[in-house]
Design a binder for this molecule. Structure first.
Ligand code: HAM
Length: 431
């Protein structure tokens, strides 16, 4: 069965994504310079919100609202299946003889009962490596190491990596048969969900969080891979991880909740108090048969992982990322004519700044004249580092009064001197 992108949607492939990034980077720079801050709202809302705001009888509400169920569509719950679908739809498997290494960052949706760390719209940072002959323990180890490297670089400390191997398709069938046989007698003591899983997907019983089920599983002896090839592969992945200093624990009961996994699977859980029971920061593994299941060639394999951004941020609450403070210049006009001057000069400065690439400075001003006391206290409140004041006297002299809010120093400079100082600061920042 061949899948294609839903009608009216488009994949952004690596060769186009760089243009998207450029546009996003430029926009972010300009928004920063103009003093805008980012807000992100959920992709879905209560229908009534739109009916009330846009109008019950508006065409958008009446005819254009996308009814997913009616259209046979679903908001994506994860990224792997879509990436594999796009890989096949765009024949990347045929165009590229080497491995395609792809990453994604974006919202995912699951209709779960929300709780701390479990949302209905959340965000993942993920990678997928797809291609012919992708099976190499070095690649598995590199992908796992990348997920750890990311978490370390984000500043996370207390987390644990668990790995396991489910073997190939036949190994999974054998493991399931072994479990069915060995759990048969205890079947009635399993939780309701696990009793249902017994026939359809018994491996999931292994990662059930129900205490009664965990007690039963604890007593299982002799569960594990028997296929020497799969065992050897898993051993080599572990060796490769050790070689590059990645610590891990082998958990023979780690199975992961998604059917597509074969061979090595892994999960990284946080030990931070702030996450509670939803402590998986990220997870991944190999899915050598998924590509064929979605219509791809037999030799193609893949693997990847996804990290949950919200959970990472929750865990970081204990070691917060220090927000880089931008240098804010606040312009204060003392009369209408000065406001006009400031309006024009700020525009010129922003044009210069935007040509310098990403910079950590922004320019703000009020848009109406108000007493200087009020304007200074606002500047203080928004953490302006410099206040640039223009009034009748400054205009007559062709200068600005610059107040450094940190040192409390105040000095007068010509516009030219001020602009030179500003440009010099920009250059120093770039260096
Ligand atoms: P997953 O384990 O379902 O795997 O999700 C990966 C991560 O997304 C989780 O460890 C968690 O941090 C975050 N996450 C999942 N559900 C929620 C939720 N409801 N609220 C907040 N965060 C959540 C996958 O999605 C696979 N596609 C990973 C993968 C990529 N395997 C191979 N390639």
């Amino acid at each position: 069965m061949k899948f294609i992108a839903p009608r009216g949607t488009k994949d952004i492939l690596p060769e186009e994504a760089c243009n998207w990034n450029k546009i996003e980077e430029i926009s972010r720079t300009l928004f920063m310079i103009y003093g805008y801050e980012e807000i992100r709202t959920p992709i879905f809302e209560e229908l009534a919100l739109f009916a009330r705001s846009l109008g019950e009888t508006s065409d958008v509400v009446q005819k254009q609202m996308l009814n997913l169920e009616k259209e046979g569509l679903a908001l994506r719950p994860e990224g792997t299946a879509s990436v594999v679908r796009a890989y096949l739809e765009h024949s990347i498997d045929k165009k590229q003889s080497n491995l395609a290494k792809l990453f994604y960052i974006g919202p995912m949706f699951r209709g779960e009962r929300p709780q701390k760390g479990r949302l209905r719209q959340f965000h993942q940072i993920g990678v997928e490596v797809l291609g012919p002959d992708s099976s190499s323990p070095y690649l598995d180890a590199e992908v796992i190491a990348l997920s750890i490297h990311l978490l370390n670089t984000f500043g996370l400390k207390d987390f644990k990596l668990k790995i396991n191997s489910l073997g190939d398709k036949q190994d999974k069938i054998n493991l399931s048969a072994w479990l069915r046989e060995n759990l048969q007698k205890k079947r009635k003591d399993l939780c309701g969900d696990c009793q249902e899983r017994f026939e359809r997907n018994i491996l999931r019983v292994l990662d059930c969080r129900n205490l009664a089920c965990q007690e039963i599983i604890k007593d299982l002896k002799g569960f594990g891979l028997s296929n020497p090839k799969s065992k050897e592969y898993f051993k080599n992945v572990q060796e490769a991880l050790k070689d590059i200093g990645v610590s891990f624990e082998v958990d023979p009961f780690l199975v992961r909740g998604l059917d597509y996994y074969t061979q090595v699977v892994f999960e990284i859980s946080s030990e931070s108090e702030s996450l509670g029971s939803q402590n998986a920061l990220g997870a991944g593994g190999r899915y050598n048969t998924l590509i064929q299941d979605l219509g791809g060639g037999e030799k193609l394999g893949g693997l990847g992982f996804a990290l949950g951004v919200e959970r990472i941020l929750l865990a970081l609450k204990e070691n917060p990322v220090i927000k880089e403070k931008s240098l804010l210049y606040y312009f204060v006009a003392l009369d209408e004519d000065s406001l006009k001057v400031i309006f024009k000069r700020m525009n010129d400065l922003r044009q210069v700044m935007s040509k310098k690439g990403p910079i950590n400075k922004n320019l703000l001003s009020g848009y109406k004249i108000s007493p200087i006391k009020n304007q200074m206290s606002l500047a203080n409140k928004i953490n302006a580092r410099f206040v640039v004041i223009v009034g009748e006297n400054e205009r007559k002299e062709g200068v600005v009064t610059i107040k450094d809010m940190e040192t409390r120093n105040q000095q007068k400079k010509s516009w030219k001197e001020f602009e030179d100082m500003f440009t010099l600061q920009l250059m120093q920042e770039r260096a």
